[in-house]
Design a protein around this ligand. Structure first.
Ligand code: TYD
Length: 209
């Protein structure tokens, strides 16, 4: 049986990532691919509980606890969901993965990016790296405008969306560095363009897979 492909989407809150992910899944399916769409945190029964602990705002985990909960969610997700789907030959399209942890927990929360933490991140992934990562690049200022529009339309924000501007700046800079350090895997998509053009750029990348 053919091993499937593992595609991740990354970007700051308000970058239009979820919309583009949905369009991409529909396009891949139209190409005849067997696609499995998933997300982090929370796409296992146990992970759903972890997601609530992390994002509801009911709890204020210290940075180390926050990091460990995201990694716990990932370990469960990789083993229970992603690896079996790949083994069944599916194209797995995942909304956020380890790059989000690097950006939000290490850079955003200012945890020291040392060999010990990198080893923990790799351990939670259990050897599974994305084949390709699409980073939807939108500046913090532009993303903030979109987030404000959403809130005005009544969409709830999560505990991390509500972080201050300096946090979102650190997250943005981290995604930039991740892209520069992994130019083979991570493709930068200009998320300031209109929706159709963004989608065409994504399709161009995936056609090369
Ligand atoms: P979510 O509501 O799923 O939406 P979106 O991805 O569209 O922002 O929010 C997930 C939140 O969790 C988001 O604010 C980023 C954060 N997150 C981390 O801080 N670390 C991680 O490792 C992951 C996977 C997500």
């Amino acid at each position: 049986m053919n091993q499937g492909k593992f595609i991740t989407f990354e970007g700051g809150d308000g970058s239009g990532k979820s919309t583009q992910l949905g369009l991409t899944v529909a396009w891949l399916e139209a190409q005849g691919k067997d696609v499995f769409q998933t997300f982090e945190p929370g796409d296992t029964p146990l992970g759903g509980e972890i997601r609530r602990l992390l994002l509801s705002g009911e709890f204020m985990p210290v940075p180390a606890c926050e990091l460990l909960l995201f990694l716990a969610d990932r370990a469960q997700h990789v083993e229970q969901v992603i690896k079996p789907a790949l083994a069944a030959g599916k194209w797995v399209v995942c909304d956020r993965y380890t790059d989000s942890t690097l950006a939000y927990q290490l850079a955003g929360r200012k945890l020291e990016d040392d060999a010990e933490l990198r080893a923990m991140l790799a351990w939670a992934e259990q050897g599974l790296k994305p084949d390709v990562t699409l980073w939807l690049d939108l500046s913090v200022a532009d993303a903030a405008v979109r987030m404000a529009e959403r809130v005005a339309e009544g969409e709830p924000s999560n505990r991390l969306d509500d972080e201050k501007k300096s946090f979102h700046e650190a997250v943005y800079q981290a995604f930039q560095s991740i892209q520069q350090e992994n130019t083979q895997r991570v493709c930068r998509i200009n998320a300031k363009q209109n929706m159709d053009v963004i989608q065409q750029d994504i399709q161009k990348v995936l056609k090369d897979l």
